[in-house]
Design a protein around this ligand. Structure first.
Ligand code: Z2T
Length: 829
């Protein structure tokens, strides 16, 4: 048999042309073939979108080739693997990133030119894959890029939502949500795996049964849904390694509810079956707190069950003793969203693989690591016990058992300190009895990671204080990072070329620490000149975008001042807008000679509000009414403009970030766990105006406080400022701008009342009032610095030069070494 198989393999190999060729001529042929046969358009007549389709299929072929080789290599080597479990990924577009990571961008660009197309133009045809909300989801995408680039044997698992994050439509200044049915135009970057499917079960009961003379608990589920795998190849840069992001879609199961077929109600039975697909149909658009929704819980378990079945199947392909599981498998929980995986692995090991509790528990405790992304209490997930008990009765039992044993252990260690015991319990006995996902994750993981130094301090002293005191060795942090491939090479090609030219090497694209080499040229007049040119061209692109969006013409000499991120009270977009109103008010009251000294600004704000978050939606409307007032005032002219960029997403970020002079990161100290937007701006040489929160504290360690504009209350001042209550010395300027809104200066007087209430002296939880003075000072310092363009450029160069530590390559390497215990497994060329 083996001789026969070998002969067959040789015959197959002979039929292959060898590897795909990447010279421009072969690429052209290939693109045209895909236009003709895959897209089924005539090669003599196709438009930009069809050209994009042909092109992306040709790129896809090249991805698949490397992906096969990588997967085969992993299989042969059988290294310890890491499985990254995340309910959200914000991948954005794939075309440019893929051709760059494959190392054939120039070849494709040349091939397309001869066909009369431009790579950059075709890349714009692609829609964003927006299967996530914000920072957490984009972080997952950056980390996949680093996992592939650093040759780690890694898999990403996620859900293939049919509707990604809603599109934001602004009508009359109000946010409206539109469904993002992103698969409408096809998705060339995924490979449907019709044979990689797993049944996922729900509901039913748990019964006591005798199995081999032993009493055991058996779950008898009532409903089955099928999970189908869609594989998305993730290419590394400067390596052949191409890893997998496997996304699950829900399909009706073949064994679904056979009974109703015999009752004669065929049509309704089919319609009912189809409901299975709703599980993976839509992404929840709240970036914090999803509380107690059955569909959400179903999504989480559907995801967890399919992924763990796949992981266990892969393990069993090569091993038959589960005690080896921890040597071969690391499971990373991206926040608590996939934390049901803990109970699921326990259940499979005990109920299906017949391990006893202690052996199963010993394994589970060695494989899970958990990263938490928030400091806000409302960000901590809770699952109502009633809901869990009805959807997953056996899992609830297992979680109760874990908790029982944990509580018994804890009593031995801390005694009968009931308030502590109840704080640490996995089960919360409140008005609604519920499971605390974070407690479950901490108890069952070997490592708990924070996402920045500040976040780590807060975890130890506040959020998870009790747990830290019990298990200090479990707690670590890995400062977040972003991938320089997407955030410089893809999105800012001219800066990329400039950096390569001055460093004399492209090596920084894989080793971003080399960027420090720019420091010695920070005052070099030639570099400064070239740096300014690159920045100006990027500002021009952004200005064109703004004009197309809003009809507004903005001056390239103005400072482009940007705040883009999800809209949240703690992120304080309101502080930004109040600052803009103040600036407007000042300019209006100036005499001619003072006006000449004003540094012109274009203020740019963008971001989505969760659909049910009323205050956030009011902030968006406020931004629009203020913009109307300012932009249409001839007294103000080019001195101040305000633009709201609608439908902020990854591809908009790629355009906006390279064109920003100044970016704002205004969270009240102690509220932004990390913040990764600031890192992208930093890499692109944009200066930051920020509070001492999250990642900013570590950015200062790298570039020095003289190279950014820091303001606001410090972490340790926040509690006292809050306790002090109504501030007696309310900042007069602050009171004045809030009053302007209250008095109806911008219209919509009643509508903004509740928004203004949130910052009244006795309610101002996020301390806008107390930080306002210091905010204005920082803004004035930024104005002053901008006047000296050479100095500004030096600061800009030093920002980019100091951004190396904020590469996700560094983050992932730390995870691999200190948390997962995995090693690189590089596919030979
Ligand atoms: C999210 O994007 C973040 C935290 C969450 O906590 C949820 C979501 Cl959707 C549950 C963000 C943090 O706010 C941000 O500071 C951090 O940089 C990012 O995660 C990645 O760690």
């Amino acid at each position: 048999v083996s001789g026969e198989r070998k002969a067959k393999a040789e015959r197959m190999f002979a039929l292959m042309d060898g590897f795909q060729k990447n010279d421009p001529m072969s690429l052209q042929k290939d693109i045209l073939n895909h236009v003709e046969y895959t897209v089924a358009r005539s090669r003599f007549s196709f438009d930009d979108f069809e050209a994009y389709q042909g092109l992306s299929h040709s790129v896809r072929d090249r991805l698949i080739e490397r992906w096969h080789d990588t997967q085969l290599h992993f299989k042969r080597e059988d290294p310890k693997r890491v499985y990254f479990l995340s309910l959200e990924y914000l991948m954005g577009r794939s075309l440019s990133n893929s051709v760059i990571n494959l190392g054939i961008r120039d070849e494709y660009a040349e091939a397309l030119n001869e066909l009369g197309f431009e790579l950059e133009v075709l890349a714009e045809q692609e829609g964003d894959a927006a299967l996530g909300n914000g920072g957490l989801a984009r972080l997952s995408a950056c980390q996949l890029d680093s996992l592939a680039t650093l040759d780690y044997p890694a898999w990403g698992y996620g859900l293939r939502y049919q509707y990604g994050l809603f599109r934001q439509l602004i009508l009359d200044g109000f946010q409206h949500e539109q469904p993002d049915y992103w698969l409408n135009f096809g998705n060339p970057w995924e490979i449907e795996r019709v044979h990689v499917t797993y049944p996922v079960k729900f509901y039913g009961t748990v019964e006591e049964e005798l199995v081999d003379g032993r009493k055991s608990r058996v779950w008898i589920p009532a409903e089955t849904v099928e999970a189908v795998a869609y594989d998305n190849p993730i290419p590394g840069y400067g390596t052949r390694n191409t890893i997998t992001l496997r996304l699950w879609a829900a399909k009706p199961s073949d064994h679904y509810d056979m009974e109703s077929y015999n009752t004669g109600d065929y049509i309704n039975a089919v319609v009912d079956r189809q409901k299975a697909e709703t599980i993976s149909s839509v992404l929840y658009p709240d970036d914090r707190s999803h509380q107690g929704k059955e569909l959400r819980l179903k999504q989480q378990y559907f995801f967890v069950s399919a992924s763990t079945q796949d992981i266990i199947r892969r393990f069993k392909d090569a091993h038959d003793n589960f005690d080896e599981f921890p040597q071969k498998v690391a499971l990373q929980l991206n926040d608590t969203h996939p934390s049901l995986a803990i109970a699921e692995i326990m259940r499979v090991l005990i109920d299906e693989e017949n391990l006893d509790w202690d052996r199963a528990w010993g394994i589970v405790c060695k494989i899970f690591s958990f990263t938490t992304h928030t400091v806000l209490a409302e960000g901590l997930e809770k699952i109502p016990v009633d809901l869990l008990g009805s959807l997953l009765p056996r899992h609830l039992e297992i979680i109760y058992d874990i908790n029982f044993k944990f509580m018994e252990d804890l009593k031995k260690k801390v005694g009968l300190d009931y308030s502590r015991l109840s704080r640490m319990s996995i089960v919360e006995d409140g008005a609604v009895k519920s499971i605390r996902s974070a407690n479950l994750s901490i108890v069952c993981s070997h490592t708990v990671n924070g996402v920045s130094k500040v976040h780590f301090e807060l975890l130890k002293t506040k959020v998870f204080k009790d747990f830290y005191e019990l298990w200090p060795e479990k707690f670590q942090y890995k400062t977040n990072g972003v991938t320089q491939r997407r955030w410089i090479v893809v999105s800012n090609p001219s800066l990329c070329d400039l950096i390569t030219k001055w460093l004399g090497t492209e090596a920084w694209i894989r080793n971003v620490d080399l960027l420090t080499g720019l420091r010695e040229y920070a005052t070099d007049a030639v570099l400064q000149q070239e740096w300014k040119m690159v920045r100006r061209v990027n500002k021009m692109r952004l200005a064109e975008y703004i004009e197309v969006l809003s009809g507004l013409k903005v001056s390239l000499d103005a400072m482009f001042d940007v705040q883009i991120k999800r809209i949240h009270e703690y992120k304080r977009q309101l502080l930004n807008i109040l600052g803009i109103i103040h600036r407007y008010d000042c300019i209006k009251n100036m005499n001619e000679s003072d006006r000449r000294k004003v540094v012109p600004r274009v203020c740019i704000i963008g971001g989505k509000a969760a659909p049910g978050y009323e205050i956030a939606k009011k902030i968006i409307k406020l931004c629009h009414v203020v913009a109307d007032k300012i932009n249409n005032n001839s007294d103000i002219g080019d001195l101040l403009k305000l633009v709201f960029i609608p439908d902020y997403n990854v591809s908009v970020a790629e355009l906006v970030i390279p064109g920003a002079d100044l970016s704002q990161h205004l969270s009240t100290a102690g509220h932004e766990a990390s913040g990764t937007g600031s890192m992208k701006f930093l890499m692109n040489g944009c200066l930051l105006l920020a509070t001492a929160d999250g990642s900013t504290v570590e950015i200062i360690e790298e570039i020095g406080s003289e190279n950014l504009f820091l303001f606001g209350a410090k972490l340790d001042e926040v509690p006292t400022l809050r306790e002090r209550g109504p501030n007696m010395k309310v900042n007069l300027q602050f009171a004045r701008v809030v009053r302007m809104i209250r008095d109806g200066y911008f219209g919509f007087q009643d509508y903004f009342e509740s928004l203004c209430d949130t910052v009244e002296a006795d309610k101002d939880f996020y301390l806008l009032g107390s930080d306002f003075g210091s905010y204005l000072e920082a803004q004035a310092a930024a104005d002053k610095a901008f006047v000296d363009q050479d100095k500004w450029t030096e600061m800009s160069i030093l920002s980019a030069a100091g951004s190396g530590r904020f590469s996700s390559d560094r983050t992932i390497q730390e995870y691999a070494e200190k948390t997962w215990g995995i090693e690189a497994c590089r596919c030979p060329f």
